[in-house]
Design a protein around this ligand. Structure first.
Ligand code: 8YV
Length: 326
């Protein structure tokens, strides 16, 4: 009997391809080409499953053009590339890759906060440029981290990981805002206090964004919100581009409306707003918050597990719309 056919949309670890090849006839994109939507649709013809990385849009157009498709397995926790309604209507299962990246991503959120607050990249560029000729009493003076107020917008698993690092590791006063309040046990574990979005903006010395992207979270931080923040505050985005209005942020950083920002995600990435590239008070990284080899491998293996289980007639491990499939 011939094996079911699946597509792996981007270059992934050879051991993951080998594993999947035991179960499926696998078409890969090991050359890591960037496919247009039309090319993606052409490659998806006849495939029953697709392994996606979070950048590949699965919408009504793709689904209508690919009637054989039964499952799309993201190796990312975020799934704003999926139109879940359209997928459910088309009877296509969506899965994501939660949990396996939580601690690694929280580590990175904290690293980006520290690099931004303590001006690590800016001072390194200064040193490498041969500009360090004498000591200065306020040279690259940054913002205090220990004992400061850490604000978290979006208190899912990664947000909770950041809260714990701040409260337990750095004695920070942690406040958060979320669509729904955590139960008392979780709040105590994270040592985090629930506040309104307005209070969060006004009180945070460091504000970390960890909320999922959707139409309702688009531009959650724009010009109006930035003006509510402290002029000494730092803003960290490890969530998704589009949650921050990057043009408004660049203007706020230029005008010292806030002190600094650390950004791992961008509107329209991999393109980055040119105004951000020219500012000294922003740390920019190319969407690497989950990028350690063990974590990326675990993410890929979870996507693979979902494909293997579901296409063998078993329940997927981390389904998003299993109860809504038409
Ligand atoms: C991924 C992420 O690396 O999991 C997510 O939602 O943003 C990252 O961890 C990325 O989406 C992979 O393409």
């Amino acid at each position: 009997m011939s094996k079911p056919r699946i597509l792996i949309a981007r270059a992934v670890f050879p051991e993951v391809i080998e594993r999947l090849s035991q179960y499926f006839e696998v078409q890969t994109n090991q050359a890591d080409e960037i496919w247009s939507k039309a090319e993606f649709i052409a490659r998806l013809q006849g495939q029953v499953g697709v392994f996606t990385t979070g950048g590949e849009r699965i919408d009504a157009e793709v689904l209508a053009a690919c009637p054989a498709l039964k499952i799309c397995a993201n190796m990312a926790v975020g799934y704003n590339n999926f139109d879940l309604n359209a997928m459910s209507k088309a009877g296509v299962l969506a899965t994501n890759a939660p949990d396996v990246l939580t601690e690694t991503t929280a580590d990175f959120g904290f690293a980006l906060l520290m690099a931004t607050a303590r001006r690590i990249t800016e001072s390194e560029h200064f040193l490498r440029a041969g500009k360090w000729t004498k000591w200065g009493v306020d040279m690259f003076a940054g913002a205090e981290i220990h004992g400061s107020t850490l604000g978290i917008l979006g208190m899912g698993r990664i947000g909770q990981g950041i809260a714990k690092r701040g409260a337990l590791g750095f004695g920070m006063n942690v406040i958060y805002h979320n669509r729904s309040r955590l139960d008392a046990g979780l709040e105590a574990e994270c040592k985090a206090k629930y506040v309104s979005k307005e209070q969060l903006l006004a009180s945070a010395d460091h504000l970390v964004l960890v909320l999922p992207y959707s139409a309702s979270s688009h531009h959650s931080i724009g010009a109006a919100e930035l003006t509510q923040m402290k002029p000494t505050a730092t803003l960290i985005n490890i969530a998704r581009g589009g949650i921050v209005d990057d043009a408004a942020l660049a203007a706020a950083l230029r005008d010292k409306c806030i002190a600094a920002a650390g950004l791992d995600v961008f509107e329209g990435e991999p393109a980055v707003h040119p105004d951000l590239l020219n500012l000294p008070n922003v740390v920019l990284t190319p969407h690497i918050a989950s990028a350690t080899l063990p974590t990326r491998l675990a993410m890929c293996n979870l996507a693979a597990d979902n494909l293997i289980a579901f296409l063998q007639g078993k329940p997927a491990l981390t389904p998003l719309n299993a109860d809504k499939l038409v």
